[in-house]
Ligand binder design. Structure first.
Ligand SMILES: Cc1ncc(C[n+]2csc(CCOP(=O)(O)OP(=O)(O)O)c2C)c(N)n1
Length: 317
């Protein structure tokens, strides 16, 4: 499913927002997990889902996922340090849990893996509702080595659930490289479940978007789940404060040459969808939007005793 002109600009913008969030949040918090170099997967997966779809994002890229679902950036950023204005009124961390009212299912336990099963559950609910909604789950390559992956994908395959499983395959889990995590390729596992598997260049945002939307359309038609292996690379550290000394500078440099934002921008310029002035203006507008939201969020109040009540566990109704 080819992305139209407006979609291609919107994909670019979402990648810019993702990178700017990493820059701004990473500067404020060394524990932030940046998606530097992985923006093609983040934007390609999260752009273009419909209201009613369930999105189960990877934690790396969570705030961009919530933003893509229409989340208010100030409120999302206020959730980083538990401010009263955040969606959860300070009850959960917005960098790992998105607001359920945006159709986001988060990492409630902090354990990687169970979100895949939440996605299978959301897909079962969507199938029973029969309104054409889907569940999209995004997870890391390390997470794909957990038993949860196998149970969730198998259940979705057996019950022909409207689910799309996307591996944001940055080829590393903290400091363990892909060859230490899993034998064989993640995409090849699809055959074992009897579902389609697609390997996609994760640094090509248009290719990721097309693959995800193709699998989403298939799921909406009632043809069951798919597995997409979006191959990319984590250019930054595991956390903002991690210098990533366990990898060679040459390897990182090679991947920087395939920067998803630069690649897409070059394509937009070559196709005449952007010119240099508009490209610069877009970057400036994104930086201003993220900067203003962060500044506002950081001056928002911390929660008072009112949020300690047991009236609601999560967000306001
Ligand atoms: C069940 C579980 N084991 C270990 C951790 C600690 N942990 C946090 S991030 C991470 C790396 C996960 O790697 P991957 O799934 O490839 O995602 P990436 O960080 O590369 O985006 C680990 C092991 C966890 N949160 N949950």
């Amino acid at each position: 499913m080819a992305a139209g002109k407006e979609d291609r600009i919107a994909l670019h913008r979402l990648m810019l927002v993702t990178r700017e969030l990493d820059r701004v949040i990473g500067a404020a918090d060394g524990h932030w997990h940046p998606a530097l170099g992985e923006e093609g997967v983040v934007a390609g997966c999260y752009y273009g889902l419909l209201e009613g779809d369930a999105l189960v994002p990877h934690y790396r890229g969570m705030i961009a996922a919530c933003y893509a679902r229409g989340g208010d950036l100030r409120r999302l950023l206020a959730g980083l340090d538990g401010r009263a204005t955040s969606y959860s009124r300070g009850r959960y961390r917005s960098d790992v849990c998105g607001p359920i009212e945006l159709g986001i299912i988060g990492l409630y336990s902090g354990a990687l893996g169970p979100t895949l099963e939440y996605a299978a559950g959301a897909a079962l609910a969507a199938k029973l509702d029969a309104k054409g909604a889907v569940a999209v789950a995004v997870f890391g390559d390390g997470t794909a080595s957990r038993g949860n992956f196998h149970e969730a994908v198998n259940l979705a395959a057996v019950l022909k659930l409207p689910a799309v499983f996307v591996c944001q395959n940055n080829q590393i889990a903290i400091s363990t490289p892909a060859q230490g995590e899993h034998g064989g390729r993640i995409v090849d596992r699809a055959a074992g479940f009897g579902i389609p598997g697609q390997l996609v260049d994760g640094n090509d945002v248009v290719a990721v978007h097309a693959a995800v939307q193709g699998a989403v359309a298939r799921a909406r038609r009632g043809e069951g789940p798919s597995l997409i292996d979006a191959l990319t690379y984590r250019v930054g550290g595991h956390m903002a404060a991690d210098p990533g000394a366990y990898r060679s500078a040459e390897e990182v440099e090679q991947w920087k040459q395939r920067d998803p934002i630069a690649l897409h921008e070059q394509r937009l310029l070559a196709e005449g969808l952007l010119d240099a002035a508009r490209a610069a203006a877009l970057r400036e507008a994104v930086a201003a939007e993220v900067g203003a939201a962060m500044k506002a969020a950081q001056s928002d109040p911390l929660p008072g005793p009112d949020v300690l009540g047991l009236d609601r566990v999560f967000a306001e109704a």
